[in-house]
Design a protein around this ligand. Sequence first.
Ligand code: ACO
Length: 321
Amino acid sequence: MIRSVITGTGSALPRNCVSNVELAERIDTSDDWIVERTGIRQRYIAGEGETTSSLATDASRKALEAAGVAAEEIGLIILATATPDHTFPASATQVQHALGCGGGIAFDVQAVCSGFLYALATADSMLRTGMAKKALVIGSETFSRILDWEDRTTCVLFGDGAGAVVLEAQDVAEDGPGILATRLHAEGAHKDLLYVDGGPSTTGEVGKLRMKGREVFRHAVVNLAEVLNEVLDEVGMTGADIDWVVPHQANARILDATARKLGLPAEKVIVTVDRHANTSAASVPLALDVAVRDGRIKRGDMVMFEAMGGGFTWGASLARF
Ligand code: ACO
């Protein structure tokens, strides 16, 4: 059967790392408050010349190298981002140009923190229907540029970065590798809990992120537990069959609460929120790359990806690595 298999991962972070202590010199906050409420200890902030597409390109080069795939072999690039370089063209086209693999398909997907899950599902469908053989699926964000640095309730939570995977259509056995099941959802009724107060068709300005954190937290735990169970039911598995969960890194408390609801031990959950903060669509592929490169996630492991974000949008995807 034809499945989409992750054959390489890569990630990239801006040069500038900002600790909670450094942030507390500029904003009325403290290392203790941030660590206790979120688990975040530092974040990377894009500087001059660092953009969503430049970080995405760096992450993609590493993923291509890890997969042993040449850029010219890539026929599809899907970039998940809520912070594109420009309103248009899609930042994916700029990544394509920088990698030197023009002519194939390239577009952006916008589902905020769930963007990578949406992009992965889209690429999986396109590969399995034969529209391309090899794809780059990327999550890349520069949320620092849409934060209100006067609003301590949001600006301490986010960071910049990118993660990428090479996804290849392969003819595999039933017990072989690849994406096994995905479930995606959206519910637009909750827009006002998490949104950006601008845009090309409203204010004409880019706008800043606004969030009612406590209510987002409540929805996140419920929605994530539900969608994880949907995916497990589809493949007839339980939490005990999962080797690793690679969750969207919003907040250590959301990660703990979700793992508890599924009956998963904390050691099975890949956590990078302490060093990267919330990098929106980049957080899942960034965390995946960290855990692949440090040797925790190995070939054959059953890996669950999950995310929830603005919209609301949420989803989960299960892959045999
Ligand atoms: N430093 C110090 N104090 C702060 C800060 C800060 N950075 N921010 C808020 N406070 C204060 C508030 O003013 C408030 O003070 P008060 O009691 O005197 O009024 C107090 O801390 C508590 O504020 P709450 O907002 O109620 O704090 P809460 O415990 O809910 O934690 C947080 C806030 C961390 C945002 C939490 O609600 C959360 O994690 N929510 C999930 C949202 C999230 O992660 N969203 C990411 C995007 S969506 C996604 O990725 C899933």
